[in-house]
Design a protein around this ligand. Structure first.
Ligand SMILES: [Zn+2]
Length: 354
């Protein structure tokens, strides 16, 4: 494994559902400590500042991943759960999870009534989350308590990073958005040896998956003049998706969000990204996401407004235990983001809002 694979493996395998980012935060701090001055806001987002002259450029990735929380323990010893972030019922059954308890990690599996016991007409129906449970192998509420599990404990999907048959493709949980966290780190690293006409603030935010809560507070800490949100994006190159629903392909290059439910990017900044990609021969895809949003929603509304764009790495099977990304998209995203940041001097940034 090279350095990038190692980084993506360690970040995606780290645990950290919204509100319980302790483990991933510690890891991110470790990676960013040599790269700038570290601070932390009171919700837990980590801010790494690389001082320089000129405007403040915020690079933001969210560190939380979708997961669950124990909501109820049945007297038979099964755990009912609350989702943290958006899960589609169909990707849940049969998957392993880890419950983070005060006594340590407990392994479980998401279950439901087996098909053998269902009437024929119910077998073809989708099982909904509220009918599912987590089974940790216990047979009573007391046994669950003995294992250390309490209502309120966070539950993390269990999945390991893997390099696939095409060695440029990687599978893991939480590419949404540890791929963005990695981009923040690699961009900061790049400017260790390259000049930058600005102050770069790398921010790893918390609680994005429950409504960009960490972005609201950390953008105040960063107080940027311009922002680039680094995200995973939805790759539509899988069966059943029409080209007009999503034309973003894994391996087709990083993507630029031109519209989502809660942000329209600053047009001049958007065009700067496009021009930069063209001049460097970086393939660039355009993304439209009417049914979703990113931390950009909170960041671009900071203060009197912050010119903001979202750049993404396409991932197949996003919001599941196993999503897939392409290494070329990642490397090209690093090239694109660092090239755009290098251009954001005082005159360029001032012109964005003229
Ligand atoms: Zn995300």
């Amino acid at each position: 494994m090279d350095q990038t694979e190692q980084l993506l493996k360690s970040l995606t395998e780290a645990h950290g559902v919204p509100g319980y980012e302790t483990e991933i935060r510690a890891l991110l701090r470790q990676y960013m400590e040599p790269l700038g001055t570290i601070s932390q806001d009171k919700l837990g987002s980590v801010v790494c500042t690389k001082f320089g002259d000129g405007p403040t450029v915020m690079l933001a990735g969210h560190m939380d991943e979708i997961g669950f929380m124990v909501a109820h323990v049945t007297k038979e010893g099964f755990l009912k759960f609350q989702q943290l972030g958006g899960w589609w019922d169909q990707v849940l059954l049969g998957h392993r999870v880890i419950i983070k308890t005060h006594k340590g990690d407990v392994t479980g599996v998401i279950g439901a009534k087996p098909p053998h016991l269902l009437p024929a007409e119910e077998r073809s129906k989708v099982v909904v989350k509220k009918d599912m449970y987590i089974d940790i192998g216990a047979s009573s509420r007391e046994e669950v308590a003995e294992a250390g599990v309490r209502v309120g404990d966070p539950v993390v999907p269990y999945s390991e990073f893997a390099v696939l048959a095409n060695p440029k493709t990687y599978m893991s949980k939480a590419f949404d958005n540890r791929v963005g966290c990695a981009l923040v780190i690699d961009a900061l690293k790049y400017f260790q040896s390259e000049p930058h006409a600005n102050t770069i603030v790398g921010v790893q935010t918390v609680m994005e998956e429950v409504g960009s809560r960490g972005a609201v507070t950390s953008v105040r800490a960063a107080n940027p003049d311009v922002a680039i949100v680094l995200e995973s994006d939805i790759a539509g190159d899988v069966p059943g998706i029409e080209e007009d629903e999503s034309s973003v392909k894994m391996g087709g290059g990083p993507s630029l969000m031109v519209f989502d439910a809660r942000m329209i990017p600053n047009i001049k900044l958007r065009d700067l990204v496009v021009e930069t990609a063209v001049s460097l021969n970086i393939p660039l895809q355009f993304s439209v996401m009417p049914g979703g949003a990113t931390d950009g929603a909170a960041i671009h509304l900071h203060n009197t407004g912050v010119p903001t764009v979202v750049i993404g790495v396409p991932a197949r099977h996003i919001h599941s235990h196993s999503s897939i990304i392409h290494r070329d998209d990642y490397d090209n995203a690093v090239r694109l983001v660092t090239a755009v940041v290098a251009k954001l001097d005082a005159a360029t940034v001032e012109n964005l809002t003229k």
